[in-house]
Design a protein. Structure first.
Length: 277
């Protein structure tokens, strides 16, 4: 069994004997698959990730979540920089910081199309809860908490290169921050009107963007969302541009009721990219 020297490797939360690093480059068609089975820097298990795939699982410091994720997503950035057109299965929406850093390290400067029922645009000053998982879109545009951004070497993305899709459940101060920014806010139906005319695209989907009636097992369900098929059609349209440099998803909670339904629904969303050649 041959192991590289870059990435810690676990298979569904279980370390592979004798391997501290990823065994191979997983791919389906022209896109390469990697799993990052962590939520806020803590390991989780139970995700159904298509084979073949690599798994990022480095040793993490015994520190706060920001510093743990800075290490975790630095490893993800290194993996992304070495693989063309990655598909990333992650446990949270902080992972796009690592994906974007990796794309930048490889010379790609994409527009980020960020599907999420929540804005993820909070800072320490605007967040009622102080939950870091509600901050990544603000972080990657240079706002608020920057430990993970700095750790991965990400250059913050200009607002003009960010499209927030169906952010319908925002905190009041977060809503004001989005409104005063230069990011584009779009519904799923409006995606055709907002696809840039040229340049690379990076598409991230938080599975909770889909209405919870069709996407159960979400940590933070937000009723009133688009249907599964509506989101799938938008993703198919984006894949058909042939300009998607990376695709990532933050997934369901395997411990919650309906996890099997969510697994199948998530596979349905990813299929346009999994089958891309």
């Amino acid at each position: 069994m041959r192991c590289s020297r870059t990435f810690g490797t676990y298979r569904f939360g279980v370390p592979l004997p004798g391997c501290r690093t990823a065994q191979r480059s997983g791919y389906i068609g022209a896109m390469r698959i990697v799993a990052v089975p962590y939520f806020m820097g803590e390991p989780i298990a139970g995700f159904e990730v298509p084979e073949p795939h690599d798994t990022i699982a480095p040793a993490l410091p015994d520190q706060d979540p920001q510093h743990r994720m800075a290490v975790l997503y630095t490893h993800l950035a290194e993996w992304v920089a070495q693989h063309d057109r990655p598909i990333v299965y992650a446990g949270d929406c902080v992972a796009p910081i690592g994906v974007l850093a990796g794309l930048q390290h490889s010379g790609v400067k994409p527009t980020l199309i960020f599907f999420d029922a929540h804005g993820d645009f909070n800072t320490w000053e605007t967040s009622p809860s102080g939950f870091v998982g509600g901050m990544p879109l603000a972080m990657l545009t240079g706002r608020g908490e920057q430990t993970i951004v700095t750790g991965t070497g990400l250059l913050p993305l200009p607002d003009e290169r960010v499209i927030l899709v169906d952010g319908r459940d925002l905190d009041p101060a977060e809503q004001e921050a989005v409104a005063s920014s230069l990011i584009t806010v779009s519904s799923v139906a409006e995606i055709p009107d907002h696809i840039p005319g040229d340049g690379a695209l990076y598409v991230h989907v938080d599975a909770d963007v889909v209405d919870p009636s069709e996407m159960p097992a979400m940590n933070y369900p937000a009723p009133g969302g688009p249907s599964l098929d509506e989101v799938r059609r938008a993703l198919t349209l984006l894949e058909q541009t042939r300009r998607v440099a990376a695709f990532s998803m933050s997934l369901w909670n395997p411990a919650l009721p309906g996890a099997e339904i969510a697994a199948a629904a998530t596979q349905h969303l990813a299929e346009p990219f999994l089958s891309a050649g």
